[in-house]
Ligand binder design. Sequence first.
Ligand code: C2E
Ligand code: CA
Ligand code: CA
Length: 675
Amino acid sequence: MTQNIVQEAESQVSYLEILNRVDHAVWVYDFDNQRVVWGNPSSLEVWGAESVEELVSRDLSCDVTETVSRRLLQYQSDFIENEGVQFKEIWTIYPNGVPQSLNVIYSGILLADGRMGMACEALLASKFDSDAIRSAEALLHTSVAISLYTSDGEPLYKNPAARTIAKGSTGNLKDYFASTQTLQLLNNSDEDEVKTIASVKTADGLRWHDITARRCHDAVSGNTSWLISEVDVSRLKATEERAQFLAEHDVLTGLPNRNCVSVQFQNRIDGVLAAGNRGALIFVDLDKFKDVNDTLGHTAGDNLLVEVAKRFSQIVRGKDMVARLGGDEFLLLISPSNNAEIEFEKVAERIKSEVIKPIFLQGREIQVTPSIGISLFPENGRDINDLLRHADLAMYHAKDMGRNTHAYFTNDLSDAVSTRLNLESELNTALKEGEFVAYFQPRVDIQSNKITGAEALARWIHPEKGLVSPNVFIPACEASGLIGELGKEILSQAVVAQRKWAEQGYDIRMSVNLSPMQFNEENLVEEIVRVVSEGKGNPAMIELEITESVLLGNDQCTINKLHALVECGFRIAIDDFGTGYSNLAYLHRYPIRCLKIDRSFIQDIDVALPIIELILSMARLFKLDVVAEGIETQDQLRELKKLSCHEYQGFLFERPIEYAAFFDLLAQNHHKMAA
Ligand code: C2E
Ligand code: CA
Ligand code: CA
C-alpha cells in the first residue's frame, strides 16, 4: 500500500528539480577523473563557479594533495564495500584560492557508466570557529589512526587513517586486537589512559601498534567510550627484536652467543638440579683452527665454523643446548635422563667423530679435530661461571694430552692453568724488563766447516727460573699477541750483533725467525726496515725465516709483503721445510732463496733419505740454498755431505750460544780456516 503511494509520488516529482532548489549545496564527484560531474545552484556559490558547465569543466586534480587523494580513494573503496555507508566531515575547499570550510555528508552514488562516484551535500561551516575547523582537518589528514569505540568495543568513528588500517572493516575491538590480553588490559585498568604496544589485525596482516586508549564520553550519545589513537611501530619493533636477537646470538653461525650462556644455560642448570638430575657442560675448542684461518683465509675459517656449528646443533637433543662462545670455542650443555656417565662419554665421542669428518674448503679437504673439556654439575659446581671455568681448564688439559681428545675437570687442573695465566702476564713484564736475549747458533758450510752465518734464537732469562725455552714462550707470545714485539726485540739484537761482527771482520749472514702471526701486522715491512736501520744493519746480510704455513694461504697481502721485503734487500728462507703441506712445484712463485730441511728428516735420515734427495734436486732446479737442520752426529753429516747439501746447523757443531761466546767461536773458526 505505502509502496504504491511512494511510487505514485515518485512518478510525479522530478528529484533533480528538488535538488536544484534546496539551500544545501549538492554535487556529484567523479573520483577517477577528479572532477565534479554535476552540481546544484547552491553548489555553484560554494565553489565560486559561474555555471554548472564551468564547474564541470574544472580539473580538480591540481588542488588535490597526496593525502587528500589517498583519502578520496579510501572513500571510494568504503562505498564499494559497504553499501549505504555515509561519512560526515568538515572539508575545506579552496575555490579561487579562498578557503571554504564545509560541513559535508558524503555517500556513494553510481555514475552513469557504473563507476562509484560520490554525492556530496554541504553546509557552509562558517559558524564553526576556526580551531574546530583546523582540528577537524588535522584529524582527517594525520597518519595517526584515531577511532572512537563504545565501551563494548563497537566502532563509532574512524578517521581516514584508521579506516585505511582496518580496510573499511567496522569490526569490534575484540576482533581487532590479535591477543585477548590487550582488551583485558584496557578494561581492567583503573587509569583513564592506557598505553600499550599491541599486535593488531590490519589490512596488511598483523602489525605492531603503539596504542593510546583514553576513556572519554561520546560527544553524541554521552556514553562512556574509548578514544584510541595508534601508530604503526612494526619496524621499530622488528629492529628491537633483531637487536635483541643479535645481542644474544652469534651472527656467523646463528647459535646463541656468550651473552646467552650466562642466563639461559644457568636457567637450564637450575632446572636440571631442581629435578635432582645431573648434567655436563662441554667446552669444545677446535685444534689448529688458527692454521686454517692463517693459511686459507678468514672466509674459509668462517665456513668451517658454520659447518661445525651445524654438526653440533645436530648432536644436542631436547632441552640440551649449544652456543658459540667466540672464535673456535663452542659450549654444549647436556643432561641425560639416565646412565649419565655413559651418556657423557657418548656425547664426547660423538663430538669427536662429527668434527673430524672432512670439510671441503677452497677445493681442499680439511680435517680439524676438537679438544674437549667437561665439567659436571652438581659435582664441579652449580654456577655457570664456575662450570665454564672448570670446563675450560679441562679443555686445556685435553690439548696438553695431545688434542683430539676429551678430559674431565679435576681439582689438580686449576693449578696448571693458573700457571698458564701467570705466564702471559709474566711475558709482558719480561718484554718491558728486557729479559729476552738472542742466542746464536752457527750455520756452517758442509764442505769446509766454515761458519757462514748465524741463526738468532730467542731465550728468556727468567729472574727465578733461569733460561726458558722458546717452545714454552713463543706459543704463549703468539696467543697473547706479544709475538710482534718479541720478534722486533730479537731482530734488533741480531742486527746489532751482525754489524758488530762485521765491523771486526766477520761479515756473516744473520737469520731471524718470523712468526706467521707477524704477517697479520699491516706495517710489518716498515717495522722491519725501521728496526734494521735503527741498528745500522745491512738488509743484504739479514735472512728472514718463514714457515710454509705463511705461503699456504696464497694470500696476496702476505705475498706482497714478501716481495716488499726482498725489494728492501732481505733474503727469505723457508724454515722447517717438509713439515707443512707446501707443494714443491709452487716454490718458484715466491721470492725464496733458501730452504732449511726440518730436523725430523735428519733424525730419521734412513727413512727420509729419498725425501731429502728430492728436496735437494728441486732446490738445485730453483737455485735455492739448502740448510740441513739438527745435525747431531758425524753419520748424519756424512750422509748430507754425500748428497751435496750446502750448509748445516746442529748440536754437532754448536748449540745456540750467547753473543760473546759466538764471537769467540767465530774468531777461532775463521782462524782455523785461514790457517
Ligand atoms: P727453529 O727456528 O727451527 O730453530 C731451531 C731449533 O732447533 C732451535 O730450538 C735450536 O736450538 C734447535 N736445534 C738446533 N740444532 C739442533 C740439534 O742438533 N738437535 C736438536 N734437538 N735441536 C737443535 P730453540 O732455540 O729451542 O727454538 C725453538 C723454536 O722456537 C725455533 O725453531 C723457532 O721456531 C722458535 N723461535 C726461537 N726464537 C724465535 C724468535 O725469535 N722468533 C720466532 N718467531 N720464533 C722463534
Ligand atoms: Ca728457524
Ligand atoms: Ca727450523
